[in-house]
Design a protein around this ligand. Structure first.
Ligand code: ADP
Ligand code: MG
Length: 700
């Protein structure tokens, strides 16, 4: 049996209790899992500080010295702390313990040299260190340690139960002793040579016991490459398998509906980007494989008409199609927009949402099942079991961030043969994320806005400038333009946000009085019908100002609205700000976005404001967002599983990801099922990994 498969409790020094903790806290079940527990960072333990060199920098230091006395200090309320005086030849400081006082008091030796290690802080004139790591100088000298000391991931529970970093270090040493550090290579020789990667053995040794910065860097590079390379192999293999195995329903012809629409009813010339994307989609639809495509396009780039034209292709080939949107407002808008675009065509298009009446539902269900309904647009109401298609050929999903993976897959399970799938998103995803999350998907990008749009001008204003901002709004309204004023809505503080919104609404009503001005308000607590009514009044130009929470974030289209004021803009994330800004700039007039904040801004908030003011490019913004928040946050919790990387970092290791993807594609081009003899080891590792970690994506 492979030694690395040995249950972790068999490792000397672990045992059943610690084994249990390791399993629960760090998912370490076997020797191999421990081996792949990589340090978060390394501490330079080559340097010894003197007490008179200490600065209150909160940094970690190690010092050689002695404890000359130790006492318990009462803190009141039955609490106490243990305080020791620690000296070296240059001065003295205090060591402090709050926990485990009895044990420490009994085990500590007075007037014997120790090496202590930890964070220093300053209270008055005295430096102190709480819960230092301690080792007798004699033992310290005798122990084999590397200069760069690894710090492993840990949890509070582990620390409390005595599994300190030092203990994990010892386990790691024991692991290397028991396995004799013989770990088999899993990358082919030619790759090691070409990329100058250190062998697996050396990499694992140096990641845990680095002898120098240089060796550590080489080890990290090798292991990061390996991790990303295997993920890419998996994703690309999955894509190849899908294309081979899952027969799609070929949309062989471009027929009557598509041609008629293209020739006679296009309301505008398509942009080159739209044309290119349509071609990419048509290629997929015409092939024998199921389409699984992500369509990225910034707000306002014109995804809707692309969606419609795809649905016309479905119709031309005798298939039904559906379009699912995350909110009722957006579903409505799609329905209105698409019915309008397709009004000259003879199509049966219906809308299905939570508010669809039972009688209307019945009609829809029937028409769906007997095949007389061509296009169904709606919200997650589409996912209900009662909704059964006669022959669903194409499923389009708008704004995919809001749907869970399982939810979506319900849609394709409705058919014996999975329909073609097109996911549209207005939230640009950084290339690195797209590559690692959607490596098995095909991606189309509309990277061009329809002509004649002026870039939105964005400014950042403080609350103290509100009068000037209001004046500006009045000028715009005097020119017959309309204005959005948006308030944040954050789930946790819903009540307060609601109050902010209402206070804001009141003061706006005062500053923009009737009959000169009229104001709409939309928020989450309103009934859908009331919301729709207000939205309708605004979009028909009956009101000048729309005061809203972020319900308008997704998709509403009022081309005459030229100003977007975002209140408490510091409370919004970058992608949300960008989405909101996308609500204006939809007509030919100059549009503006005004970010209102207080004077007190965190560094991150400042960067967010500056980024918004600097650029309108959603991809650039998403890159900044990725740097600020990290990949997990951007994709939301449910998607973060994919990003559970052991060692690589999608922000910092972009180049390695690119390299890994390049080589994975190259390898699979030459040896798709991974069968060649020189790939035997790789194949083994690949199969092993696929068993453990299935990499899923948004769509499958
Ligand atoms: P999004 O990609 O945000 O969904 P929409 O499909 O809602 O964008 O399009 C935004 C606006 O641009 C709509 O009013 C639409 O009619 C218009 N539009 C789309 N494509 C073009 C084009 N090629 N030329 C001019 N206007 C276009
Ligand atoms: Mg849209």
């Amino acid at each position: 049996m492979n030694l690395l498969e040995t249950p972790i409790e068999f490792l000397k020094g672990v045992g059943p209790q610690r084994g249990d903790l390791l399993r629960k806290e760090l998912s370490i079940h076997k020797y191999g899992d421990l081996l792949n527990l990589f340090p978060n960072r390394y501490i330079d333990r080559t340097r010894y500080y003197k007490i008179n060199e200490l600065q209150n920098s909160n940094s970690e230091v190690q010092i050689v010295g002695k404890i000359i006395n130790i006492k318990t200090v009462e803190q009141g309320k039955g609490k106490s702390r243990l305080v020791a005086t620690f000296i070296d030849e240059t001065g003295q400081m205090e060591l402090v313990w709050f926990q485990g006082q009895k044990w420490i008091r009994e085990s500590i030796k007075i007037n014997v040299p120790y090496v202590i290690f930890g964070k220093v802080s300053q209270f008055g004139a005295t430096y102190n260190m709480a819960h230092p790591e301690m080792e007798l100088l004699e033992e310290h000298k005798a122990s084999l340690r590397s200069a760069m000391q690894p710090v492993y991931p840990s949890t509070e529970k582990l620390a409390n139960k005595g599994i300190s970093n030092k203990v994990i270090n010892k386990m790691m040493q024991q692991l290397f002793v028991e396995t004799q550090a013989l770990f088999s290579e899993n990358l082919p020789n030619y790759l090691l040579e070409e990329l100058k990667l250190v062998p697996k053995n050396a990499a694992l040794f140096n990641i845990h016991f680095p002898k120098s910065q240089d060796l550590l860097a080489k080890a990290q590079f090798r292991l990061k490459f390996e991790e990303l390379f295997f993920i890419q192999l998996q994703l690309i293999t999955k894509n190849l398998i899908r294309k081979h195995k899952i027969k799609g329903m070929p949309f062989e012809k471009v027929g009557e509906n598509f041609n008629n629409f293209y020739k006679n009813h296009l309301p505008f010339d398509l942009t080159n980007a739209q044309k290119r994307v349509l071609k990419e989609i048509r290629n997929d639809l015409g092939s024998n494989a199921q389409m699984n495509r992500l369509l990225q396009g910034d707000v306002g780039s014109g995804k809707t008409i692309v969606a419609l034209m795809c649905m016309l292709l479905a119709k031309d080939n005798g298939f039904q199609s559906c379009l699912m949107a995350p909110t009722e407002i957006l579903a409505n808008q799609h329905f209105n927009g698409i019915t309008e675009l397709a009004k000259e065509l003879n199509l049966n298009i219906k809308l299905l949402t939570g508010s669809t009446k039972t009688s209307e539902r019945k009609v829809i269900h029937e028409a769906l099942e007997n095949g007389s309904l061509d296009i169904l647009i709606g919200t997650h109401a589409l996912l209900e079991d009662k909704v059964q298609f006669d022959n669903l050929g194409l499923a389009i999903i708008d704004e995919q961030h809001r749907f869970g993976v399982e939810q979506r897959s319900k849609l394709w399970k409705k058919n014996a043969i999975p329909p073609h799938v097109l996911v549209m998103t207005a939230t640009p995803i950084p290339r690195t994320l797209a590559m690692s999350l959607y490596g098995d998907l095909d991606i189309s990008v509309i990277d061009e806005l329809p002509p004649g749009r002026k870039p939105i001008q964005t400014v950042h204003r403080y609350d103290s400038n509100r009068l000037k901002v209001w004046k500006f709004l009045k000028d715009e309204i005097a020119r017959d333009r309309q204005v959005y004023i948006v308030y944040p809505l954050i789930q946790e503080s819903e009540k307060m946000d609601y109050k902010d919104l209402m206070d804001g609404y009141e003061s706006i009503s005062r500053d923009f009085p009737l009959p000169h001005y009229s104001i709409s308000i939309v928020h989450g607590k309103m009934k859908p019908a009331d919301k729709d009514e207000e939205m309708r009044r605004f979009s028909e130009g009956k009101t000048n100002i729309m005061v809203a929470t972020t319900v308008i974030e997704v998709g509403v289209n009022v081309p005459n609205a030229s100003v977007m004021v975002i209140e408490s803009a510091e409370r919004f994330g970058l992608s949300q700000l960008h989405q909101l800004r996308g609500r204006v700039g939809r007509g030919a007039e100059q549009s503006y976005c005004i970010l209102m904040t207080s004077h007190k801004l965190s560094n991150d908030s400042k960067i967010r404001m500056e980024t918004m003011v600097r650029t309108n490019d959603g991809f650039e913004i998403s890159e900044v967002d990725l740097k600020l928040r990290g990949p997990g946050d951007i994709m939301g919790k449910q998607q973060s599983g994919v990003l559970n990387l052991q060692i690589a970092d999608l922000v910092k290791d972009k180049d390695i990801l690119q390299l890994a993807r390049h080589h994975a594609i190259k390898l699979l081009k030459e040896d798709a099922p991974i069968e060649k003899p020189e790939h035997a080891k790789l194949r083994e590792a690949f199969i092993e990994l696929s068993k453990k970690k299935t990499i899923w994506n948004y769509i499958s």
